[in-house]
Design a protein around this ligand. Structure first.
Ligand SMILES: C[C@H](O)CC(=O)C(=O)O
Ligand code: MN
Length: 335
């Protein structure tokens, strides 16, 4: 299967979950972590896109350009992105975003309204942006309509078109059908952005990949509107398990999620699940009762418990082989 590019939207879609109130220092911390994890694209800004900070959508703590400058000041590897909804953001805002170091702009419209993206996509291309057309609420139109609207975005010059499951309402077959059709009928790469309202964010992302999508969105810990997005760290784990080529370091996405994002969002009363333990067990296929002992051994030998779990998975450990844990920890210490 072709290589997949990961966009992390913790600092844009995730900002819906914290009332658009991320601090500039928080933005820098998260961006640094995502950048070190080599996430391809990091999206930053108000949850409703550039200049979404209004009484309609909720005021953010900082304006988008301050947030984008803060992000840009720490990003070395990844590309900085922002979202724009025509009618909320303007071409002037795109120019300002460019000056802040933004390289990727995602122009978002309702799935039946691609026409209103023409000016913004055309102007963004002239400014040298990598332009993503983002068709929101993709469950609300049938496959022919989604195709018609995606083709419009392609004809305006978009580099990628997304089908976006804004309401987390799509079922895997719908994803497969729509993404598969776009992949077949368009010349540009196709992306998918999901929400977890039916517990299908990861499953639908897999359906999208299998149907040929090569741009996938996630957010750390799944932080995002509604039930949240596909967790970035879990998406990377699944890509690894599927042996699909990508650029992202799984452990580093886990670290930025558990060590940086979770403490930050606690300030806003958001209790984000720490996915690390359950994800490592599923990823390596190790029985849950090994976790406690692996953590104890990791502390004793000063090694990463995740490496112990990975090795237990490689050895296909089963109940009764807990004695391997200390042996593995000791070997890791001596490496
Ligand atoms: C403006 C929305 O939050 C964009 C998005 O992420 C979605 O439709 O989903
Ligand atoms: Mn979203």
């Amino acid at each position: 299967m072709p290589k997949v590019f990961v966009t992390d939207t913790t600092l844009r879609d995730g900002s819906h979950s914290v009332g658009h109130k991320f601090d500039l220092d928080d933005i820098k911390e998260i961006c640094k972590g995502l950048d070190e994890a080599k996430v391809d694209i990091i999206e930053v800004g108000h949850g409703d896109g550039l200049t979404g900070s209004t009484c309609n959508y909720g005021f953010s703590k900082y304006d988008d350009f301050e947030m984008l400058e803060a992000a840009s000041s720490v990003i070395k590897n990844s590309k900085l992105a922002t979202l724009l909804l025509p009618g909320i953001g303007t071409v002037e805002d795109l120019k300002k975003a460019k000056e802040c170091g933004v390289e990727v702009v995602r122009i978002a419209t309702h799935v039946t309204e691609a026409d209103i993206s023409q000016q913004h996509i055309t102007e963004a291309k002239k400014m040298g942006f990598f332009v993503v057309g983002f068709l929101m609420m993709a469950h609300r139109a049938n496959v022919d309509k989604v195709l018609e609207e995606a083709k419009k975005m392609e004809s305006y010059g978009a580099d990628v078109v997304y089908a976006t499951d804004s309401a987390g309402a799509m079922l895997p077959n719908d994803v497969r059908n729509k993404i598969g059709t776009l992949v077949k009928e368009l010349k540009i790469p196709i992306g998918f952005h999901s929400h977890d309202n039916l517990g299908l964010a990861i499953g639908n992302s897999i359906a999208a990949i299998e149907a040929g999508a090569t741009y996938l969105d996630g957010s750390l810990g799944g932080l995002g509107a509604g039930a949240g997005n596909t967790p970035t760290e879990m998406l990377v784990a699944v890509l690894n398990r599927l042996k699909i080529e990508h650029n992202v370091d799984m452990f580093k996405t886990m670290d930025v999620s558990s060590k940086k994002l979770i403490p930050i969002v606690k300030k806003y009363g958001v209790n984000l699940n720490n996915l690390e333990d359950s994800m490592m067990l599923g990823y390596s296929g190790v029985y849950s009762s090994f976790m406690l002992h692996a953590k104890r051994a990791a502390a004793r030998f000063n090694v990463d418990y995740r490496d112990i779990i990975l090795e237990l998975g490689r050895r296909e450990a089963v109940g009764g082989q807990e004695d391997w844990i200390v042996e593995i920890a000791e070997q890791l210490e001596n490496k």
